[in-house]
Design a protein around this ligand. Sequence first.
Ligand SMILES: *Cc1c(COP(=O)(O)O)cnc(C)c1O
Length: 429
Amino acid sequence: MLYRSLNKKSELVDFEKAIKLGLASDGGLFFPNTISHINKDFIESIENYSNIEIAYQVLKQFVGNTISELDLKNILKNTIDFDFPLVQLEENIFSLELYHGPTLAFKDVGARFMANCLGYYNQNMSKLTTVLVATSGDTGAAVANGFLGVKGTKVVILYPKNKVSEIQERQLTTNKKNITALRVKGTFDDCQKMVKKAFNDKELNDKFNLTSANSINVARWLPQSLYYFYAYKKLKIKNLVFSIPSGNFGNICAGIIAKELGLPIKHFIASTNINDTIPRYFKNGVLEPNKTIATISNAMDVSNPSNFIRILEVFKNFKNLKKNMSSYSFNDNETLDLIKKIYNSKQYVLDPHGAVGLLGLNKYLKINSKNTGVFLETAHPIKFSKHIEKCLGIKLNTPNKIKKILDNKKEFIDIDNYEKFKKTLLNFG
Ligand SMILES: *Cc1c(COP(=O)(O)O)cnc(C)c1O
């Protein structure tokens, strides 16, 4: 299978090329040129297969012949060595916990898959691949962890100053080895702009093999479709709807790909915080990003979601989009109220992102009560302990994975503008 550019002005490339380039040469996002249904019998008997076998069946067409079956299965074993529990909260409401990976973020799966694939392709290469990643918090941590020590790669993380949590900042800045953290004056969108600009910068491209590890990269984005298969494996139920707390809209778009592969999903709900570009689009059909506003669900503080164009590519027109998907936005007060309510009634601790997901699911199920809903719990509550502990009046236990890094010294370089960013990169030599 090959990938086309959504700007339609460059040629088809295979998976290896698409990973290494990140963006197509015409500046467009890559998109699978064809998507074939997975064997129906496989989906109908999915509970008989291991998570690795499911991952192989789902991802093999996207990888094509660039990695052999045995090597791909090994990569998947290294990627998916943790569980994805489904916790029932109501008769027809489930939380899909995606935060049991090494950095407690759902992005661990995509980041580890991408790192393993690049390591595989780079086995015999002399020139380093420099991975640029803009993060609003969790991406950078997952990417740093996935790439730490991976041969032939150097990772540069850009994160917005004062806009990530203390734990997230430790995860970003204490890795050493082939990982460098840049603390940017500005918002996540500013970080993302710098990364995009670097990809179009001839001087940088002549000197480095640049790629991105944001969800615009197909290797980060596509493996996220596995979550939907793993939820279905446990539920095996019709009329399944998913609510996805969304920022850059990569995760939800991977769910839409799962449906394109033949997984029986009835509807998608894109739940956002008050950065509500997409919910407004659903109301009036106008895509009009506002200035990004900081919220307690900071990984979703995005006002110009990169992956939305991929969703439009699948659904083709506004009518079809609205048939398959709804989108709602919620503010921090609504989010905190729900966290309190669910803790008091179920003793279940939501993180702010999962809470936004559940708010969207509740809203949808109010008018579509016959459905079963799964919301994606995308981060461990401990990462947002400041808000959660204040809201609930309890002290959260710190997982060992986090305890280990809390005393490590933060190391970063301050960046105020693109020129400083570029100079810093060039200095890496
Ligand atoms: C990245 C992230 C999101 C948003 O995912 P997108 O794919 O960007 O829509 C939601 N929650 C958490 C905790 C995240 O880290």
